[in-house]
Design a protein around this ligand. Structure first.
Ligand SMILES: [Zn+2]
Length: 268
């Protein structure tokens, strides 16, 4: 931990082909997590952060640097420019603002943020009750319909690492539920997916940390200093706990259920 407040992205290689990037708190209190996955034919960026100013959060140069690093280590590959697909966990502003920084990047495809655009791009035929494979080249990511927090939300499962990238749907934070019926169906869908032995889920990684290390205690929205924050990864069994928490809710705006690792809030 450094004393100085940096706006440099916090980069963690989760494996040689998978990067976690956190937008630092100093640049935006939401401090969302982004993920960059490299395959033999293209890479996938999940989310673009809360800021559309490269000087505040240098997303474009970070993507260039990480991609150059990876290509250097994997010289045998590919068409140039090496293609990048930019997709989103969901369409809220703190996950898509950086799209503007990548729009004119060579070889880059930006997936739209409306439900129709997400459904069309990934080829869902029975949204949201379907899982569709998305092939990065010898690396398949399953895309799972995930509305409830937001209508165009999806969850990505990386078969390589066993990570379920859950966006704002399941994370150590407030779980803001905008549509309770859809959200419950999404959690049930994720539980079915988790329980399928052909897709072994190792852990969940969402898009924010708002919980402290003290069970049931969250930092309030707007917090910039989180010296004692909870860890990001969640065990797959957390999905059962989220589903059980939903049983205590009627869907009235403002209702909340506090658990050790998350707080469900009925939101509008
Ligand atoms: Zn959100």
């Amino acid at each position: 931990m450094t004393e100085q407040r940096s706006t440099e992205p916090e980069v963690t290689w989760l494996d040689p082909d998978t990067v976690q990037v956190r937008q630092p708190k100093a640049s935006h209190w939401e401090a969302p997590f982004l993920y960059l996955l490299f395959g033999r034919e293209r890479s996938l960026l999940i989310d673009t952060g809360a800021t559309s100013d490269e000087r505040v959060f240098p997303l474009r140069s970070t993507v260039e640097r990480l991609t150059a690093d990876w290509l250097r280590r994997n010289p045998a590959v590919f068409t140039r420019p090496y293609p990048l697909v930019v997709a989103h966990s969901h369409a809220h502003g703190d996950h898509i603002a950086g799209d503007a920084l990548l729009r004119d990047r060579p070889g880059t495809t930006l997936v739209g943020t409306s439900p129709a655009e997400v459904i069309g791009f990934f080829g869902f035929r029975s949204w949201p009750d379907e899982t569709v494979p998305f092939d990065l080249g010898r690396r398949v990511v399953d895309v799972i319909g995930g509305p409830g927090h937001e209508p165009s939300a999806v969850v990505f499962f990386d078969r390589r690492t066993g990570i379920l990238f859950t966006g704002d749907t399941v994370l150590p934070a407030h779980l803001y539920v905008r549509d309770l019926a859809q959200y419950r169906a999404t959690i049930e869908r994720l539980i079915r997916f988790r329980d399928d032995p052909t897709a072994p889920v190792r852990e969940l990684r969402g898009a924010h940390i708002e919980m402290s290390a003290s069970p049931g205690v969250a930092y309030p929205p707007g917090t910039v200093e989180q010296p004692d924050e909870a860890e990001l990864p969640l065990r797959p069994r957390i999905l059962d706990r989220v589903l059980a928490a939903l049983d205590e809710l009627t869907g009235a705006v403002g209702e909340r259920v506090v658990r050790r690792r998350f707080i469900v809030v009925i939101d509008r």
